[in-house]
Ligand binder design. Structure first.
Ligand code: NAG
Ligand code: NAG
Ligand code: NAG
Ligand code: NAG
Ligand code: NAG
Ligand code: NAG
Ligand code: NAG
Length: 167
C-alpha cells in the first residue's frame, strides 16, 4: 500500500516536470514501467524538433533513483542531440530515422565529462548528422584544444552499442 503511494508521488512529480519541457511533452508520451523506471517515446514530426539540453535540465530535477528509457523516431523532424548524448539518469536510448543537428557541438565541452555516464544501451538506426561548417571546423581536435574524454569514449558503461546505417 505505502509502495503504491510512493510510486504515485514519484509518478506525478516526474510527469509534472516533463510537462514543463514544451516540445518534448507535445511530441512524446511518458509512462512508468517499473518502480523507478520511466519510458519516453517520441515521434518527431514535420518541422518539429527537440533538444537534448532541455532533457538534461529535466532529468537534473528528478530524484536520483529514477531511470529513463528514451526512444525517438523521426518523421521528417530534427533532433538537436550532441554526442555522446549524455544526460543524468538516461538508461537506454534508441534513435531511428532522425537527422541529428548539433552532433559535434559538445566535442570540446569540458562540462560534459561531469554529467554522470548512465547510458547502458544505445542504438541508432538510419540516422544522419547535419554538420554546419563552423561546427565541423571547431570540433577538430588540435594540440591545445582536444576533444573531451566523453566524446572520444562515448558511453563507457554501456553493455550494448548498436549503429545501423549511420551517415
Ligand atoms: C512500507 O511498508 C513496509 C512494510 O509494509 C515497511 O517496511 C516500509 O518501511 C514502509 N516504507 C515507507 C517508506 O514507509
Ligand atoms: C501518444 O499517445 C497517444 C494516445 O494514445 C497516441 O495517439 C500518440 O500517437 C502517442 N504518441 C507517441 C509519440 O507515441
Ligand atoms: C512548418 O513550418 C512552416 C513555416 O514555419 C509552416 O508553414 C508549416 O505549417 C509547418 N509544418 C508543420 C507540419 O508544422
Ligand atoms: C520547439 O519547436 C519549434 C518548432 O518545431 C521551434 O521553433 C522551437 O525553437 C522549439 N522550442 C524549443 C524550446 O526547443
Ligand atoms: C537549462 O537550464 C539552465 C539553468 O537553469 C538554463 O540556463 C538553460 O537555458 C536551460 N537550457 C534549456 C535548453 O532549457
Ligand atoms: C531513413 O531516414 C530517412 C529520414 O532521415 C527516411 O526518409 C528514410 O525513409 C529512412 N530509411 C529507411 C530505410 O527507413
Ligand atoms: C520525485 C519524487 O517524488 N521522488 C520520490 C520518489 O520516492 C522516493 C522514495 O521512494 C522519494 O525519496 C523521492 O523523493
Amino acid at each position: 500500500m505505502n509502495n503504491s503511494i510512493e510510486t504515485f508521488a514519484n509518478f506525478s512529480g516526474v510527469m509534472n516536470e516533463f510537462e514543463s519541457i514544451k516540445n518534448w511533452s507535445r511530441l512524446c508520451n511518458i509512462s512508468q514501467t517499473g518502480h523507478t523506471d520511466f519510458n519516453i517515446v517520441c515521434i518527431i514530426i514535420g518541422n518539429s524538433s527537440i533538444k537534448l539540453s532541455e532533457f538534461r535540465n529535466f532529468t537534473d530535477k528528478i530524484s536520483s533513483n529514477i531511470r529513463f528509457d528514451l526512444s525517438v523516431t523521426c518523421e521528417d523532424g530534427i533532433i538537436h542531440f550532441p554526442w555522446p548524448f549524455r544526460a543524468d539518469k538516461l538508461h537506454r536510448i534508441y534513435i531511428k530515422d532522425c537527422r541529428i543537428k548539433d552532433y559535434r557541438t559538445d566535442y570540446k565541452n569540458p562540462l560534459i565529462d561531469s554529467i554522470p555516464d548512465t547510458i547502458k544501451y544505445l542504438q541508432m538506426e538510419n540516422v544522419t548528422t547535419i554538420l554546419r561548417i563552423k561546427e565541423t571546423y571547431d570540433s577538430i581536435p588540435i594540440a591545445d584544444s582536444p576533444i573531451t574524454r566523453a566524446t572520444e569514449c562515448g558511453p563507457e558503461n554501456a553493455f550494448s552499442i548498436i549503429r545501423r546505417g549511420k551517415r
